[in-house]
Write a protein that binds this ligand. Structure first.
Ligand code: MOS
Length: 735
């Protein structure tokens, strides 16, 4: 009766479509006041004066908070910086401005309209410097960061020069990716409410417990005084993985105002103070012998970062692990600009890195006159090439094979401009997708209630991805209950702790915890029945007991059965409770854990207009056990859709003079809409990851975007003969 893997409908679907699901800004609290953030109009300089008097006298205004009257925080508000998820925040503690859209004041009023009106009346005077915005110049001063996530910024194996000297063909080319900003439908939003010295935050976050800890640390409070509640997130994608300034500012304002305060960022404020994907320049050297064996690989990355804090887009990490090649060198350097600190954005590193690497592989395949899949198979890494560890499971060959077959790769004439559909140029391109399989400690609790139903809980998050649904499935499976009789709670820092819903790790971390808690509760219940003279299962062997549909029964004698509700009723009606702490073992020591995929894209390019359409994409993936065919497919499709946006549309354009993003809205910051997306066909290979956890399941949040931009860029080359190495591939670049 297990539903694991089946396309079960979202258990929260009805609440979502009927508006009953409560997002951060929708919680109703008595006496709530509305806050509006005022952000800097310069990108570099100092605040020399603030005229808040007019705003303060306006009707309904409760508070105008600036650096002159904001509460002074311990360590100037820098008490919580804990990389990589910790952030240097802008909490009105000084007069320095380091990026456009930096918070400089917060206006609180009785109504949103009054707050907005008054926010416009706050006059901020600056001594402005010319901001550093030109990546092309800043890259000459690029500096080495200390670390790239948990990995060193630079890597080296073998003898690069010897590998280059031994090659028959080589390419040495540069790729560029632009600054991009996350634009979840639900912007960042926070309600802060104090009860004495206890703070409750209703915050849209990917990490309820981390959010609570960060705010506690910044404000100098013990952890137990801050609680974060977040039952629903309207999209995160990485920007809600860290606690940003507005969260703490809302708490400060609520304290000063003596009442709950709600702060929602407006769409333009999503461009700067809450992260983004930084611009990169990536130089790729690939050298190979005539049969396509890679003899040398060099990947040098320069990524934009901020002045107030280092954050690195780890584009070359993917190059270290994807192909077998004995001679390799990778480097990462940071070019500082007057921008808000960049951050995780769906597959940070892999999305940009796989674009460069997988385009370079295509270029090399053309140099070698080889099929792009054959080139990848020629360099297939049987073990992880950097550390020599075996992969826990790598079915990438099968991804290439099944993807190519579904796509019809053999129909491809490899010559550029060789294929047409009417007057449209047709291109077919492919690329490899990959993302690490991460897992961290997670806890969960389980209670079987008097009516025989169950409640499971873990302080994890559902970003719209299906966490509620898949955890309900896992619990129902372990408890022998239909999913309609299981409720899963999440999104509250007071629940058993779970990791950040980032790095594609929620499923791999939390599902084992839920499975263990449910199994422990079931074991307790079985023990109660076996010791109970009134039970038909009295003194049966524990190994004989099966569960199904809220009943225990004996395998050998199915008519000896006892319902959960009856067992609990005979024991005084108290819920049967259990807790779990699921921790990864030493598998990362022994194995390399990664997900893989192969992406195939077809493009149609109008030779006169340069317009590019993507009528179809096929993606074939090895992600271990998929818990839910429907939500899982949706998530992979979502990643691919974003990959189309990355390939063809997305870029944040700055006014270099003022450092201001000029397309800071959804009208001008282009993302794909329905009409831009053709047929997306997803294949997920069956089977489990035998190592990562008992369910064999890996996260799938990020792999979907990887490889897509490269597959499309390679298809554009195939269609047009134009090698566009700079994203997004807009029509001007193919003309
Ligand atoms: Mo993901 S970019 O780690 O939320």
């Amino acid at each position: 009766m297990s539903t694991i893997g089946q396309g079960v409908d979202r258990v929260d679907g009805r609440d979502k479509v009927t508006g009953r699901a409560t997002y951060a800004a929708e919680h109703r609290l008595p006496g709530i006041a509305h806050a509006v953030l005022v952000t800097s109009t310069i990108a570099s300089g100092r605040i020399v004066g603030i005229d808040a008097g007019t705003a303060e006298r306006m009707r309904g205004v409760v508070l105008v908070m600036t650096h002159r009257n904001a509460p002074k925080l311990p360590k100037g508000g820098r008490g919580a910086v804990d990389p990589p998820a910790g952030r240097v925040l802008n909490l009105l503690q000084d007069d320095e401005v380091l990026y456009s859209n930096q918070p400089v004041a917060l206006v609180v009023a009785e109504t949103l309209e009054q707050a907005r009106d008054a926010a416009r009346a706050v006059r901020v005077h600056y001594a402005a410097h010319a901001p550093t915005m030109d990546f092309d110049r800043a890259r000459f001063n690029a500096a080495k960061p200390e670390k790239a996530k948990q990995e060193p910024a630079d890597s080296r194996r073998g003898d690069l020069q010897a590998g280059i000297d031994a090659a028959a063909e080589q390419i040495d080319v540069g790729y560029r990716t632009p600054m991009e900003h996350h634009n979840p439908m639900e912007p960042h939003a926070t309600i802060a409410a104090w009860e004495g010295e206890h703070l409750t935050l209703y915050d849209s976050t990917q990490y309820v417990s981390g959010d609570a800890r960060t705010v506690a640390k910044v404000l100098g409070l013990p952890n137990e005084r801050v609680r974060v509640i977040c039952p629903y997130v309207g999209g995160g994608f990485g920007c809600k993985g860290s606690t940003w300034s507005h969260v703490v500012l809302a708490a400060m304002a609520a304290k000063s105002a003596g009442r709950p305060v709600k702060l929602v960022l407006d769409r333009p404020q999503m461009f700067g103070p809450v992260g983004g994907r930084p611009e990169t320049e990536q130089r790729l050297l690939l050298a190979a012998s005539a049969d396509g064996a890679l003899t040398a690989v060099r990947h040098n990355v320069i990524a934009a970062s901020a002045f107030q804090e280092d954050w690195l887009e780890t584009s070359a990490i993917v190059t270290r692990m994807l192909y077998a090649c004995g001679s390799q060198e990778t480097t990462h350097r940071l070019a500082r600009l007057n921008i808000g600190t960049p951050t995780f954005m769906r597959a940070p590193g892999e999305a940009t890195g796989s674009f460069a690497l997988e385009c370079a592989m295509d270029e090399l395949a053309y140099e070698l006159k080889m099929d792009p899949i054959a080139l990848r198979l020629r360099n297939y890494a049987e073990t992880e090439p950097e550390k020599g560890k075996p992969f826990s499971r790598k079915e990438l060959r099968e991804c290439y094979r099944q993807g190519a077959e579904r796509f019809g790769w053999t129909r491809r004439d490899p010559r550029p401009m060789a294929m047409r559909n009417g007057n449209l140029l047709v291109g077919m391109g492919m690329a490899t997708a990959t993302y690490p399989a991460n897992r961290k400690d997670a806890r969960a609790s389980a209670r079987i209630l008097a009516d025989g139903s169950a409640v499971l809980a873990s302080g994890t998050q559902d970003l719209g991805t299906g966490t509620y649904t898949v955890m309900t499935q896992v619990a129902a499976d372990a408890l022998g209950l239909p999913i309609s009789r299981v409720r899963f709670e999440l999104g509250d820092s007071s629940l058993p702790q779970a990791p950040v819903s980032g790095g594609s790790q929620s499923v791999a971390s939390v599902a084992p915890a839920v499975q263990q808690a449910a199994t422990a509760a079931r074991t307790k219940l079985v023990g109660m029945a076996l010791a109970d003279r009134a039970s038909p299962l009295f003194e049966a062997a524990p190994g004989e007991v099966q569960v199904e549909n809220g009943f225990l029964f004996l395998q050998s004698a199915p008519d000896r059965r006892d319902s959960y509700a009856a067992i609990i009723a005979r024991h005084g009606g108290k819920p049967v409770a259990a807790e779990s702490a699921a921790e990864p073992g030493d598998e990362k020591e022994k194995y390399a854990l990664h997900s893989f995929g192969a992406v195939f894209a077809e493009v149609h390019v109008d030779p006169e207009l340069g317009t590019i359409r993507v009528p179809r994409i096929v993606g074939a993936y090895d992600v271990g056990q998929l818990l839910n065919e429907k939500t899982g497919r949706s998530q992979l499709i979502g990643g691919i859709v974003w990959g189309v946006g990355m390939a063809l549309m997305e870029t944040t354009e700055y006014d270099m003079r003022y450092g201001r993003p000029v397309n800071n809205n959804l009208a001008e910051y282009h993302v794909p809409v329905n009409a831009d997306i053709g047929d997306i066909d997803i294949i997920v290979l069956p089977g489990k990851d035998p190592v990562i956890n008992a369910l064999g399941t890996r996260g799938i949040g990020e792999i979907g975007i990887t490889g897509v931009a490269a597959a499309i860029a390679n298809a554009v080359y195939h269609a047009t003969g134009k090698r566009v190495r700079e994203l997004p591939i807009t029509l001007d670049k193919v003309m």
